[in-house]
Design a binder for this molecule. Structure first.
Ligand SMILES: Cc1cc2nc3c(=O)[nH]c(=O)nc-3n(C[C@H](O)[C@H](O)[C@H](O)COP(=O)(O)O)c2cc1C
Length: 384
């Protein structure tokens, strides 16, 4: 399943009071990084595993859907949550609730979402353009979390587009506001998930600030993570799409940062074992019907590059019980080797760039926005 060789070691990652042995963060991904998936990844390697994004207003107003997303696995020792918000008052109150009622140990704030319905209201990746407002939001979160010794970080993109970059200012503001780190996805909002992540921008941010910078974008293999850290000086990496259907990537990452070169190449039998484990954890957390439904979206990622035919994929995409899943997985050839041509290739969302980022009227005219009050969404599940 694996091959091993020695290379140079690297330390773990400290974000304020939180320390993890491997400088790797599971990127918050809406609809993916629920308690079951975080546990599955944690079973593979050490890192920080961030919960799906929740909205500040949803939490403050006691929205049931928001509260339902705040579920943690019994073995989850470090509770890490990503919070979305555009209003300092809601964000501060939400941070307080997370610390006081949910025992959260790390709060990340999302300023990277490229979805038009979010940027149209000045949220997500559009917000850092308003430097003053960004500072107020970060300060409110830090003020609420500090008495609990809970570090606050922010995650952002390079900017709205190449003509409206915000990441260097965001880094400075994060530092001045008392954030423990800033994560940078090396794309603009306009790029969405297209093209290649700009790792040079990550290096520039590292040079620009004294707080740790976490690099994000296009880590498909453990070797990419080492390369990113080496090229940029980032304190750690944030891994999103690369681990879709490949939770064992965290094993390779933990080994790589411990100085071993490990490339897990599971046979189809080992992959189906992982699929079964994933489905079982989802069912444990959500009940069998919802768990199986949630599992369906992962099937094509797990089977990417394997020979499993269209009929099998369709059936797995409709699976409604663990027994049905077992019966289907048993039909696959467990000895089929891992499709090595998939290594290092993109998976998950890619899409095309946007001609125009949808923003509130006159948004770009004022780059401070200290007195700007945005309408805060109660339920926003689209994420990054
Ligand atoms: C399905 C999906 C959902 C996402 N949801 C969020 C989110 O809720 N919050 C966030 O900050 N980023 C979100 N992202 C962005 C990722 O966290 C990450 O920044 C991005 O995928 C780039 O990293 P990667 O190249 O390793 O995938 C999402 C990405 C995907 C693919």
């Amino acid at each position: 399943m694996t091959s091993t060789a020695a290379t140079s070691p690297a330390p773990g990652l400290s974000l304020g009071s939180v320390h993890v042995d491997t400088p790797v963060v599971l990127a918050p991904m809406a609809g993916i990084t629920n308690a079951a998936y975080r546990r599955l990844c944690a079973e593979q390697g050490a890192g920080l595993y961030v919960c799906e994004m929740i909205t500040s207003r949803g939490l403050v107003e006691g929205d049931q859907h928001t509260r339902d997303m705040l579920v943690f696995d019994e073995l989850e020792t470090v509770r890490s949550v990503q919070l979305y918000g555009t209003d300092p008052i809601y964000v501060g109150k939400a941070a307080e609730i997370l610390c006081a009622e949910y025992g959260v140990a790390h709060i990340d704030l999302n300023f990277g979402c490229p979805v038009p319905k979010v940027t149209r209201k000045g949220g997500g990746g559009a917000l850092p353009w308003k430097r003053g407002l960004l500072g107020q939001i970060l300060e409110a979160a830090v003020a609420a979390a500090t008495p609990y010794d809970v570090p606050v970080t922010m995650k952002t993109r390079k900017g709205i587009d190449e003509d409206h970059l915000t990441y260097l200012d965001a880094g400075r503001i994060a530092q001045e506001s008392g954030c423990a780190a800033i994560a940078l996805h090396g794309r603009t909002v306009a790029q969405a998930y297209s093209g290649e992540a700009d790792w040079d921008a990550i290096a520039r941010l590292v040079d620009h600030v004294d707080i740790p910078v976490l690099g994000n974008g296009d880590i498909w293999e453990a070797a990419d993570a080492l390369r990113m850290v080496e090229q940029t000086g980032a304190a750690g990496v944030v891994v999103g799409r690369g681990c879709l259907g490949r939770p064992w990537l965290f094993r390779d990452l933990a080994a790589a940062f411990a100085g071993e070169q490990v490339a897990t190449l599971p046979t189809l039998g080992e992959v189906t074992g992982m699929m079964r484990r994933h489905a079982e954890l989802l069912c444990q957390h959500m009940g069998e019907e919802r768990g199986c439904k949630e599992f369906r979206k992962h099937v094509s990622w797990y089977l990417k590059g394997f020979a499993a035919g269209g009929e099998m994929r369709r059936s797995l995409g409709l699976v409604d019980s663990l027994a049905a899943l077992d019966a289907l997985l048993a039909e696959l050839d467990p000895t089929e080797p891992f499709p090595v041509q998939e290594l290092g290739t993109p998976r998950g969302r890619q899409g095309s760039p946007r001609n125009r980022v949808v923003l509130p009227e006159g948004w770009l005219e004022d780059a401070d926005g200290s007195s700007c009050r945005l309408q805060e969404d109660a339920v926003e599940i689209t994420g990054g």
